[in-house]
Design a protein around this ligand. Sequence first.
Ligand code: HAM
Length: 424
Amino acid sequence: MARPLSAPRGTRDLLPEDAPAWERMEAIARDLSRRYAFDRIDIPLFERVELFARGLGESSDAVEKEMFRVSGASGSEEERAEWALRPEPTAGIVRAYVEHGLHVRPGPLRLWMLGPMFRYDRPQAGRYRQFSQWDVEVIGDPGPMVDVELIELAHRFFAEAGIRDTVAHVNSIGDAACRPGYRAALVAYFGAHEHQLSEDSRRRLHVNPLRVLDDRLLDPELAAGAPRSVDHLCTSCTEHFATVRDLLDSLGLPYVVDHRLVRGLDYYTRTTFEFFVAGREGQQHALAGGGRYDGLAELLGGRPTPGIGFGLGIDRAVLAAAEQGESPGPQEALVVVVSARTDALEPRLRVGAALREAGLRVRIDGSARKLGRQLESAARLGARWAVIVGEELDRGDVVVRDLQSREQRAVPLATAPELLKQSA
Ligand code: HAM
């Protein structure tokens, strides 16, 4: 026998029994995208490495350590380009925005998508190498109202998904005017404590000192004493952040200001935020994360355009809902079409098609087994009803059998769907 193969580490198969919980999350995401007037966008699963290097930053974990590189066949320059599976969608969406000149459309643009992302990280519970995100982006709106609208949207997702006690961590990391001053303050502070830093942080200190703050190995006391971005904001960033907090307060949305929340991707400016279940606030437990990226379009060759968005991890939402005892609810009733006439395949198909046309969920037993066996199989499949196709079909009737009470009666095929739907 050939050796069986297994799925790559850090990936998971979505088995039929897992699907309802996923579909529930995806349905909430789709429905909220509609209610908040977002338009769907889809971008490729892979892009040029250069897009991620420019957009997310060379020193971001996603680019430096977690890139799934893809190589094409050798040949033309295009085919030799270095590609990578997308670690996140924002850079690709803004690339598409610039490439298609979407700035000429009536804005701000509100875009959403749902799909797999890839990061070559060390897999653990809730951290996968292939995971799914619901992503929303608003391009062309400088805020601050939209910042709060998005935080409210994420809160609403969790409420509708039955995930309780979620809290938003928010921060502002400034813009091109005030960030340099803050960076310098961080370099000075951490530079004086370099011996206490991890190897990663020592290396990053001069390239990207903000990232030192979200180093998991950073000494908590050292972190507590570190300069805070909010103390280095310019006037306009200070005002922006104050309005965001005021609006969050007035809407009664739960949040805390988290001075260490700098986010792992370099494109962020001003407002940043992440969502957790209160009490489970480690990085790898983030249910959603996002923020403003006012410099990204320009970095990717477009004109200066403000933007903000978030990504919400569907895998983690499914896990959190299950941990809190939330279940996807009962499956839609199943109908199985059976027949004692082993030669009667065409009538089964015809009856099956009629029931499906009426919107029912139908399987057809195509076997030549005895009727009793077919009914047993239908019950094992969890069917609620069997529709038995026999001689009565000549008169336009079928026999509808309740597989729980075992009662049955002949009804016209034309009215059978009504009966089956009523008592589903
Ligand atoms: P992110 O914080 O890297 O942001 O990812 C967003 C969410 O995706 C996380 O909060 C988490 O729920 C989920 N996630 C990330 N990595 C993994 C993983 N390895 N396994 C399972 N789930 C994961 C972004 O990706 C930004 N593009 C968000 C954004 C949109 N910012 C502005 N617009």
